[in-house]
Design a binder for this molecule. Sequence first.
Ligand SMILES: [Zn+2]
Ligand SMILES: [Zn+2]
Length: 254
Amino acid sequence: MDLLSAIGMVTKRRSDFFSQAKTLAAKCKDQPTLEERMKGEAIALVKGYRDKLMKWEEYERTLIDKTLVSALAAVILGVGTDKPEQKLEKSWPVIVGDMLPPLLTFLAETKTYIDSGVLRPGDQTLDFADYNLLGAVPGAVDIGIDELENINPEQIGELEADQQRAQGKTWPSLAERVSRYLATPTFSFFNLGQYMVSQDQGFKEMRRVAKRDKKCCIDCKQYDSMGWQPFGELPIPGKGCRCYDRCRCFLEYR
Ligand SMILES: [Zn+2]
Ligand SMILES: [Zn+2]
């Protein structure tokens, strides 16, 4: 699917996504629960396609739908009771702009693996149950975010290619990549919701506090060390850092 037709398709169904997101947010109640739930849905979706319970077109549409609904639900959880409707409207173009282009590229990539037989529907050689979604394929070496600092992108590519996980070349590694659309971005969109509320409340300053564990990247440490900055001057967690969707910095306002 090309970007223009995808944008056309999701725009038509916008209010449907909004109401699905409200239901999902009400069910989950907080962001960590939403993230966990979406990890499970990532596995279920990939498994469903692998086990031939759905056709490609359905897999594609479901992944697009769930990505948007999950992001919208995360915004609702971040906003709370402070005019959620208005903030959903405001976050919609951000969510579509952030998520749809990379998602379509990812889907096109997956399709080439299927067409060329790298990924074979029905192939159950690797079991999802043995697979830690946040780790690597069984037996492979996990690459921690902290280790990425000292490795150049080419080396990362080689390492990930060795593990066949970077591009979703095995069903479990595909599920991991799917969860990076459905699950991990919820943290950033939750923060976007809180950011919009803080903006309305007239806060003048913000700071980005890094989780000071060994997985924290140099960008996040840098934002952390900047301390209080004028409101809007710092990117929200998950943006402007090489942790991307895995960033778990938090924002404070005053
Ligand atoms: Zn980072
Ligand atoms: Zn971070």
